[in-house]
Design a binder for this molecule. Structure first.
Ligand code: AHR
Length: 644
């Protein structure tokens, strides 16, 4: 383990060729367990993580609700002299909401008129791909002839895929078509989605939707490349649905889970706290399916009566409906189909209950300066424990927050602590948890990230920086993770935040973020790879370890079933460092594996250069304890050794 202020002294000593520093591992002396739930993910709708991100819907403002004045993201198309107008119509509502009205006064086969949607920074066009379009429409009796649904280039000159509906009814009806692209297409996002007619008349549109192939072809599903990246992180849990997104700017804008389930067209959507509206197409059941797809379990954050504009619901009678909502929510997740909300889940398409062990009550309630959290938490805690005694209740006020605001009237099982720190501070404070009280509640580090710049994520000046962190931050993140892993008898779970960012202009609200993507591609930051290699190499127990080294951050775990000894080493120095690894109490096999992530501190990944910094796997041979291992400069190494 690194002893921060000695590094300079010992670095000098090493330069005069004293013996290599030693990391001594007593493999047969297990001192504590490592948490099997340690590595997980935190998510919320920020940076267009869902709409324009993981949620594969391609039409932006599909229900025309994003702006009450204009059909945002939609434009009128009048080809070769066609004439038409479009407007939101609150007189002809679809499903009780607004429709988009297209009045065509002149159009023909060669001069079609229609409306185009710009998608989320374009519609992703890939070769040999099937897209599923679905729209609700009605037409005036005067309109005859077909409606074409097409994916076209921005200038309309190229049609990448097109399909037709032969005619529209004069009553609201759902229409579905499949659009297929050709084999020879070069992927592009300089595109839009067009619905057009060849005759004069009026068309009203309700919800308009377009999906590419989704993860496992699930309807209303997930973008495949992004979900694969998340699965590759081997997460054990997903903390959902936020973050600020849980709380909302105001109480009505909280994540009101009951409004996010059932048929998509019935979901009203809501204003999110990050400056844009959420469709809630990725609603509560989709979150749970997402967990299932990753083989992870939800860490369910329930709204606890505090919103970001510093309003809170008074504990007592006023809070009761919110407590009931949380109990219903838990029943929706875990209840048998004989229960009210378990039956609703089955009706929504998922009879099987989901696993659940942790419920978080609120988010960052230290911002509630009124001090009401103690009472609010306790009211939720008592109700949850009475019905679900097996559930672990997480308080959002940890040891890092004002002690006066902490919960006193009940005993939280776990405390959620958040750490957004500079890389420098993470490196200096990597032993943060080493001396934590083992008699208090366990810890969930539910949000953390190192920023390599001087600007913290909420500083507007960070808007000019790249969306994802560089290697300097990854080294600090990895050092911080060694500290959490060494203490994972206490730290049950941890998750980096935020997880995802759409890198298109105007899409992001926060940096740094772990995974970046545009309309066509995605990539992992160096920190993504650091977490990935840590999470995929974790034992279930922690042996006694001593170190006389001052420059390398370390964590060691062992797998009790396979006998593997996993040594994580982080060298944030600009010179390589040789360590003597003295592994006692184990009969080592002579070969092992090293996974190394090494790069200059300012090296990074991006859409244009997605694999500039990636881990490299090498074989390590001739292992016999003790042996010397050289940890490259600016590197993160995971050594997996086998024992006989
Ligand atoms: O991760 C971004 C935000 O940081 C979260 O929404 C909030 O919980 C924290 O303040």
């Amino acid at each position: 383990m690194k002893k921060p202020f000695l590094s300079l002294v010992l670095l000098c000593a090493a330069s005069v060729a004293v013996a290599d520093p030693t990391l001594t591992i007593r493999a047969d002396k297990i001192v504590k367990p490592a948490s099997p739930m340690l590595y997980g993910l935190m998510t919320e709708e920020i940076n267009h993580s869902y709409d324009g991100g993981l949620y594969a819907e391609l039409i932006q403002n599909r229900a025309f609700l994003d702006d009450s004045q204009t059909p945002k993201c939609w434009s009128l198309v009048q080809n070769n002299g066609a004439a038409a107008t479009m407007a939101l119509d609150t007189g002809e509502t679809f499903n009780g909401k607004v429709s988009l009205r297209l009045d065509v006064t002149s159009a023909s086969k060669d001069s079609p008129a229609g409306v185009a949607n710009e998608g989320y920074w374009g519609i992703p066009v890939f070769p040999s791909t099937r897209y599923h379009a679905c729209f609700y429409a009605k037409a005036s009796p005067t309109l005859s002839g077909p409606v074409a649904a097409s994916i076209v280039s921005d200038d309309g000159a190229t049609v990448y895929a097109s399909a037709r509906v032969s005619h529209l009814s004069s009553d609201w009806k759902m229409y579905q078509v499949t659009l297929k692209t050709g084999r020879a297409i070069t992927p592009t996002a300089k595109t839009r989605f067009l619905l057009s007619v060849e005759n004069p008349g009026t068309v009203w549109l309700g919800c308009v939707s377009l999906f590419p192939p989704t993860w496992k072809n699930q309807p209303n599903g997930f973008r495949k490349d992004l979900l694969q990246m998340l699965i590759n992180m081997n997460p054990k849990f997903l903390r959902l649905p936020g973050g600020n997104y849980l709380e909302g700017n105001t109480i009505p804008d909280r994540f009101d889970w009951k409004k996010t389930i059932g048929p998509v067209i019935d979901r009203p959507g809501h204003d999110g706290p990050w400056g844009y509206r959420s469709t809630d197409g990725l609603g509560f059941l989709e979150y749970l399916r997402w967990c299932e797809d990753m083989n992870a379990e939800p860490v369910l954050a329930v709204y606890a009566g505090y919103s970001l504009n510093h309003t809170h619901v008074k504990p007592g009678i006023d809070l009761e409906p919110y407590v009931q909502d949380a109990l219903d929510e838990i029943e929706y997740v875990t209840g048998a189909t004989s229960t009210k909300w378990g039956a609703k889940r089955a009706k929504d398409g998922h009879p099987k209950p989901f696993p659940l062990h942790y419920v978080e009550i609120g988010n960052e309630d230290w911002f509630d300066g009124s001090g009401s959290y103690d009472e609010r938490f306790t009211q939720f805690y008592k109700a949850i424990k009475a019905k679900y005694p097996q559930l672990q209740c997480i308080s959002t006020i940890g040891n890092d927050a004002d002690a006066n605001l902490r919960v006193r009237s009940s005993n939280p099982d776990v405390l959620d602590e958040h750490y957004y720190r500079s890389a420098r501070v993470f490196l200096r404070d990597a032993s943060h948890f080493d001396n934590y009280d083992r008699n208090g509640p366990r810890i969930f580090v539910g949000e953390w990230a190192a920023h390599e710049s001087t600007f913290p994520p909420w500083d507007r000046r960070s808007a000019d920086l790249p969306p994802t962190p560089n290697m300097k931050a990854a080294l600090a993140d990895a050092a911080w993770m060694t500290g959490m892993e060494r203490n994972s008898d206490l730290i049950q779970m941890q998750s980096y935040a935020p997880l995802m960012v759409n890198v298109n202009p105007g899409a992001r609200q926060w940096r740094p973020d772990l995974i970046g993507y545009d309309t066509l591609h995605c990539y992992g930051s160096p920190s993504y790879y650091a977490i990935k290699i840590f999470a995929n190499n974790l034992g279930d127990q922690i042996p006694a370890v001593t170190s006389d080294d001052s420059t390398i951050y370390d964590s060691v775990t062992e797998n009790s079933k396979t006998g593997a000894i996993i040594i994580k080493l982080v060298n944030a120095q600009t010179n390589a460092q040789t360590l003597k690894l003295d592994i006692q109490g184990a009969r080592l096999k002579s070969d092992g594996t090293a996974v190394t992530l090494a790069a200059a501190p300012d090296a990074t990944n991006s859409i244009d250069n997605p694999t500039n910094v990636v881990p490299v796997v090498t074989k390590v041979t001739d292992i016999a304890s003790p042996f010397s291992y050289t940890v490259p400069a600016n590197s993160i190494v995971v050594l997996a050794l086998k024992s006989k």
